[in-house]
Design a protein around this ligand. Structure first.
Ligand code: HEM
Length: 124
């Protein structure tokens, strides 16, 4: 059975998506200071592998990093609704750059919106 990962274009799709996302994070005044100065490549790799695994691709993320527990992993970052909206704006712009079928796009957008809302850990 083919997975969402296969249908949307496999690793190539996620490499490009995450690269578009981090290109925006790097120039975003709210997000840039939150990310590791000297390890943006590592951060990009972690997000890419997580998303691939989530959508039915290889389990490399958990092999290397263990259980995702994303809320816990984000607890050290102050994520208020402003940071969430900045993150989502970078991700939506990266998604908009991709050539992707509407049904798949809608699934991806619903997921990132839901996930971003669930990562908020500070009151505004
Ligand atoms: C809502 C706003 C968000 C902010 C401000 C934020 C910020 C961050 C920061 C600063 C890091 C550390 C970078 C690193 O070294 O890996 C990180 C890691 C990560 N984020 Fe987010 N994030 C947000 C939402 C999300 C969402 C919605 C997802 C998933 C769909 C996600 C997935 C990840 C993953 C997989 C990692 C690496 C975890 C690890 O293995 O250590 N983040 N995030």
């Amino acid at each position: 059975m083919s997975t969402f990962y296969d249908e949307i274009g496999g690793e190539e799709f996620f490499v490009e998506l995450v690269s578009g996302f981090y290109a925006r994070v790097e120039t975003n005044p709210i997000l840039r200071p939150m990310y590791p100065e000297s390890d943006m490549k590592g951060a990009a790799w972690r997000l890419q592998k997580f998303l691939e695994q989530y959508w039915g691709g290889p389990g490399t993320y958990s092999e290397e990093r263990g259980h995702p527990r994303l809320r816990m992993r984000h607890a050290g970052f102050e994520i208020d609704t402003t940071a969430r909206d900045a993150w989502l704006a970078c991700m939506m712009a990266a998604i908009d750059d991709m050539d992707v079928e509407e049904v798949l796009r809608n699934q991806l957008v619903s997921y990132v919106e839901m996930a971003a809302h669930s990562m908020v850990n500070r009151p505004q």
